[in-house]
Design a protein around this ligand. Structure first.
Ligand code: PNS
Length: 199
């Protein structure tokens, strides 16, 4: 049985993440979405419980997917769960530099763990948690970019400004690359270099 882990901050979960989860869940027997939790030093917008709930609610139909939180090194967490594959999403070249470094270091620390990359679906290649938060903070609608479980919490957090629009796309709406829904993972938006924050 191959147990894969998709790690990240998921602050918040967006459609790109959901797409990677869905696609990776078809490749492995089991997929754990592992949310980095640093209780002592966190600048996260959403607490770990909210982030776990976003993942759980958004993956309800995916039988082999679960959500968990972890602290410390990812490779230690992998060992503790008996998992052998790290799944990461890749959007653009700038993501690759960051991810390559992580993959090498993780492999050096635990050669039994492989990192595999899922390419972001075109539809979501510009979406990042950082930008979702920024857009929401200024009161614009992010319903096209995030699953309903995230949208609800964003509305709770930022108020009615982060409105639901009638024409907002939802996960599963038919538009874009034909893959159905969300695309990829992480944070750095297209064309943004090293100085920017990934999540
Ligand atoms: O969504 P993010 O913020 O890009 O996710 C980054 C994450 C959580 C995957 C990464 O920071 C991580 O694995 N953190 C745990 C600490 C660790 O193992 N660091 C890698 C050392 S090479």
């Amino acid at each position: 049985m191959v147990h894969a882990v998709y790690p990240g901050s998921f602050d918040p979960l967006h459609n790109g993440h959901v797409d990677v989860i869905r696609r990776a869940s078809r490749l492995f027997d089991r997929l754990t979405v592992a949310i980095l939790h640093n209780p002592l030093k966190s600048s996260a917008l959403f607490g770990i419980d909210d982030r776990l709930a976003m993942v759980r609610e958004s993956t309800r139909g995916m039988a082999n997917v679960d959500a968990d939180a972890f602290e410390g090194l990812l490779v230690d967490y992998m060992r503790s769960r008996g998992a052998s594959v790290i799944v990461k999403g890749l959007r653009v070249i700038s993501d690759f530099e960051y991810e390559l470094q992580m993959a090498h270091l993780n492999r050096q620390m635990n050669p039994d763990v492989e990192t595999l990359f899922v390419m972001t679906a075109t539809r979501w290649s510009f979406v990042s948690s950082t930008r979702v938060k920024e857009i929401a903070k200024y009161g614009a609608d992010v319903a096209k970019l995030v699953p309903p479980a995230t949208q609800r919490r964003i509305v709770d957090r930022f108020g009615a400004a982060a409105i639901r629009r009638d024409d907002a796309l939802r996960v599963g709406d038919a538009e874009g690359d034909g893959e159905g829904d969300a695309a990829d993972e992480d944070e750095r938006p297209v064309g943004v270099g090293e100085g920017d924050v990934r999540s």
